[in-house]
Design a binder for this molecule. Structure first.
Ligand SMILES: Cc1cc2nc3c(=O)[nH]c(=O)nc-3n(C[C@H](O)[C@H](O)[C@H](O)COP(=O)(O)OP(=O)(O)OC[C@H]3O[C@@H](n4cnc5c(N)ncnc54)[C@H](O)[C@@H]3O)c2cc1C
Ligand code: FES
Length: 296
């Protein structure tokens, strides 16, 4: 999609006042930005590209999923991003204070597509993949969905988003860490295996995922034998964020079986998980592969 969408509903290149920038875990922050003109247009799964400093370095903006749309008296007036401090851009973000102005481009990217028939949802997040979860849950709840399970895995307690910041009320949250310091000690896909075994995840359920590529790959391999599709919010390195620099390519299997490059920012960032090509799949641009089969 997206070329047409970008023309019809172009993102704003604007700025807004920072209302809050609080630490929720040793390496994790939530920033709230006043954005009354942009916020009403934000859809679940979309992202914003933030200018982290007014100096030359870092030059490029940093993409962040929208974590929450802020509302006052029912009107959308701003947005939040949830971010881990990992390098110069996110360090600079964490040093910004309420009252400062933040330049950004957004909203960017596509949104989730939930089949009308889906009555239950499972969301799988790894690490900073927690970013879009809250907004996706809110969108599902707004459709009347009540049976929503979040499987969330973090590296350790220092990178673990507290449950109250991760998810809105009314959903089941299963937390694990690699070192066992919070929740169970296991990989987040372990929870997905348990849900499949106990029939709390089956064909027809809506599945959304965001996180590192090895987690995507493991999840794809778990879901495929059950004929379950998922929507994956991908997080490739980005430059412009809106399709100009060609800086965010990923490989995707097309409906005719051809493997082709797509742009994470313009064609996504959300793609059907079963169509993504991962390291180790042994597929390159131009390959023709058999269709993935009958996925939901
Ligand atoms: C569409 C999209 C949505 C995103 N949403 C979020 C979010 O909600 N919260 C959040 O914390 N981060 C998110 N990210 C990742 C975030 O943009 C990067 O962490 C950030 O740009 C790092 O900037 P930096 O200058 O602090 O660190 P850099 O110096 O740029 O990078 C520091 C380290 O992080 C790694 N890194 C940087 N960018 C990425 C990436 N895209 N994928 C994997 N590793 C990366 C680098 O390899 C390096 O090891 C998102 C990325 C995309 C593309
Ligand atoms: S980030 Fe520039 S084309 Fe995607």
């Amino acid at each position: 999609m997206s070329d047409a969408r970008a023309l019809l509903d172009p993102p704003a290149c604007t700025e807004g006042e920072i209302l809050e920038n609080r630490r929720v875990a040793p390496f994790t922050w939530i920033m709230k930005v006043h954005a009354p003109e942009v916020a009403p247009r934000i859809r679940a799964g979309q992202f914003v590209n933030l200018q982290t400093t007014t100096s030359i370095v870092p030059l490029l903006r940093r993409p962040m999923s929208v974590h929450k749309v802020v509302r006052h008296a029912g009107a959308a007036t701003g947005f939040c991003v949830l971010y881990d401090v990992v390098g110069p851009g996110t360090t600079a973000l964490s040093q910004m204070r309420p009252g400062q102005r933040l330049a950004y481009v957004g909203p960017l990217g596509n949104t989730i597509t939930v089949p009308d028939t889906a009555k239950r949802a499972v969301l799988v997040a790894g690490g900073i993949g927690a970013g879009p979860i809250k907004l996706v849950v809110e969108a599902l709840q707004a459709r009347g969905m009540r049976d929503i399970t979040i499987c969330y895995g973090a590296r350790d307690g220092d990178h673990c988003v507290p449950v109250e910041d991760l998810a809105p009320h009314g959903c089941r949250v299963l937390v694990c860490t690699d070192d066992g310091s919070v929740g169970k000690q296991m990989r987040v896909t372990g929870y997905v295996e348990q849900l499949l075994e106990t029939n709390r995840l089956s064909k027809g359920d809506y599945v959304f995922t965001c996180g590192p590529r090895p987690m995507f790959r493991a999840l794809r391999d778990l879901l495929a034998p059950h004929g379950i599709e998922a929507e994956a919010a991908t997080e490739e390195f980005m430059g412009c964020g809106f399709g100009v620099c060609n800086g965010c390519p990923l490989l995707q299997v097309q409906p005719d079986g051809r493997v082709a490059y797509k742009l994470c920012c313009l064609d996504g960032c959300i793609f059907p998980l079963s169509t993504l090509v991962f390291e180790g799949d042994g597929r390159v641009h131009g390959d023709v592969v058999a269709p993935a089969g009958d996925l939901a």
